[in-house]
Design a protein around this ligand. Sequence first.
Ligand SMILES: Cc1cc2nc3c(=O)[nH]c(=O)nc-3n(C[C@H](O)[C@H](O)[C@H](O)COP(=O)(O)OP(=O)(O)OC[C@H]3O[C@@H](n4cnc5c(N)ncnc54)[C@H](O)[C@@H]3O)c2cc1C
Length: 350
Amino acid sequence: MKVDYLVVGQGIGGTILTEHLINAGFKVRVIDDPSFSNSSKVAGGLYNPITGRKMVKTWNCDSLFDYLIPFYRRLEEKLDSDFLYDIPIYRPFYSHEEYNEWMGKSAEPAYNKYIDKIYGQSTFGKHLNDEYGGIMLKDSGYLDTLKMVNSYREYLLKLDLIYEEPFDYANLEVRDGEIRYGEIQSAKIVFAEGRLQSDNSWFNWLPQKPVKGELIWIKSEEQIEYIYNRGVFLIPIKNGLCKVGATYHHENLDETTTEKAQSELITRLGRLIHFDYQIVDQKAGVRPATIDRKPFVGSHPKQKNVIIFNGLGAKGVSLAPYYANQLMSHLEKNSELDAEVNIERFFSLF
Ligand SMILES: Cc1cc2nc3c(=O)[nH]c(=O)nc-3n(C[C@H](O)[C@H](O)[C@H](O)COP(=O)(O)OP(=O)(O)OC[C@H]3O[C@@H](n4cnc5c(N)ncnc54)[C@H](O)[C@@H]3O)c2cc1C
């Protein structure tokens, strides 16, 4: 069987790249063993233009955010499913000075488009500790990553475009201009295996820095309308169910939940909210992060048709659409990749 692309991995990265390729008319086959890793299945799914304790615009924010919402909306339509939830994020201030700072910043065009409103006094005191007020962000929300990945898998299965099996690296034959993998003959292969990139000798020299993360699901009587975020995020799902996360740990990189992470989340949540809740679930995963916190995108130094799309770290939801599109244009139209994501930055390690 002859195809244009063979994609290995169908997490957020592989899904979104495959969708770009199929949409552009390429013949694609995907190989994914869903039991291997689960980052995309446990992710909080948050997309947030202004992040961190210091509240700065997320890297490359304008390009990423102009692209991502229309992309996910089109995908929802195509799959006849709902997985993108456009919800403002409310982030309480730490001090009155922070309120003053944001009053100033809100006039700057760079920030203005992401700010819905700034509050100088407690506004959501029923739920939160927001004695200094807070900032309501827009162009934010969350993607139900599990639902998106599963809906896309159903679509691929229906069209017979996916093999649900482990990719066997020993069976890959690479020649100039051609890939062979069993019965598949492909012009190019793209690896999007998330943290399991470490098992792939074509790309295991790239400096990964995986980060384990855990989330808890809580249930309460409260009707919460917004995402609350300070030190921890709380995403309202439905009927009082909320997702709370996430932890960041560089050791014990497995996918098992821990009491330590649960108590860390409870402590951080206690600083943000003051209503009663019960913990109903907990999940863990490993983010495929990189040493410089930027994705790995581009061709292998020796074989142009062996390609990587990985390193989405803690921001797969916002990074994947824009960079999948950029990678496809690079491969098909020879357009430039952003230097910050191009794996050429690490060629000295090869
Ligand atoms: C607790 C937690 C919270 C997070 N919260 C957020 C958030 O709020 N917002 C956000 O944007 N991101 C978040 N993330 C990060 C997000 O999950 C990742 O950026 C994203 O899921 C990475 O997707 P991926 O496709 O690169 O990798 P993965 O999801 O790991 O997918 C890789 C796929 O490849 C398959 N695979 C690998 N090797 C093989 C092989 N040899 N053969 C066959 N199949 C193979 C795996 O089974 C898997 O299906 C969070 C992550 C965690 C763990």
